[in-house]
Ligand binder design. Sequence first.
Ligand SMILES: *Cc1c(COP(=O)(O)O)cnc(C)c1O
Length: 401
Amino acid sequence: MTKPDNSGTAAHTGSPAEPWHPATQVVHGSRDPSKTAGFVNAPVYRGSTVLFPTLDKITTRDQPFTYGRRGNPTSFELESAIAALEGGHRTILTSSGYQAVTTALLAFVEAGDNILMTDSVYQPTRAFCDKMLAKLGVTTTYYDPTLGIGLASLIKPNTRLVFTESPGSQTFEMQDIPAISTIAKAHNLWHLMDNTWASPLYFKPFQHGVDVSIQALTKYVVGHSDCMLGSVTSNARAASYVNAAKETLGTCPGSEETWLALRGLRTLDVRLARHHVSSVAIAQWLGSHPAVAKVLHPALPSHPGHALWKRDFLGSSGLFTIILHPVSRTQLAAMLDGMALFGMGYSWGGFESLIVPFDPTSYRTATRWSNHGPALRLHIGLEDVTDLKADLAAALDRLTA
Ligand SMILES: *Cc1c(COP(=O)(O)O)cnc(C)c1O
């Protein structure tokens, strides 16, 4: 474990100078068995009160841990591991990925500000802007995710930040993150990115000029669909803003969840490699199936954002979308109600495959969803690809049975 900083806060500084490759970093990062009686894994630290031995210590708060809400050895271990993997300066943990989004946004805005938000953003992020930020006097301008350099024309004197998510986790538009970072810097805007799809392994946000990277750790880092957790990682310039927001909002993840994320992290590299290979294989196969009108997967050469994915990303996770040719609701129900392996439910990033229908028509404002058939988002889990293809083939056959 890297030595915790003694600022009395829960946030923890990573050590980006570590010479290891990512696969080694996820296994050994922030882990020090010499401090845990030789056991490979550290225990779960639970607690509120932290005792100070002297009047001097409690007055100056001069010790690594000061109060449960402000962090414990379990949370410091995960924070420093995520900071190092993302290549950021500092990471704070939140109780969900959504809370990571809201904490990060609140860190930078004040009444009268405007923010630029990608139209492809995770839908609850949009709800936070339209309901909570609007109430606090912050306006949101939604923009076409594929704008890139054209984003500059939307910047107003009161624009404070630009928020990206690449690819969009339903509709999979790729964003030109380096170009947007250049514009953000030129206009003195913060660049916040939701980096959940790629995880900290397959996109390195700080190498591409992002100031703040958000992760729903719930997805690939936890990796087993068994708890909720989020993280906000900042560069040196942004870290004090995010930490201040975390402190004043009282953001505090549970110890058990934090420990489960650490456990998931150790196998992240090998799991993602499997998600990548399987999702590309299944996406390619679906692309030639007669019932499928379109496949939206950035790692396929047919995807309009493929060149950006190839230039900036180090791999693909298991999440993508297919559009079917138009069918009736009864036909769609026949397809989805009889799946053997693909579960129907929200979230993703676990070991298991999922399929979920969605329709973004009602909540897009800057772009139009012009597909006519049903959209289905697939998460390709760790099962055998042959079995998954058989389940999907039978399902697509039920459409016309
Ligand atoms: C799931 C998700 C979130 C929210 O994470 P929760 O842990 O479910 O709150 C945020 N952003 C993206 C892109 C997500 O997919």
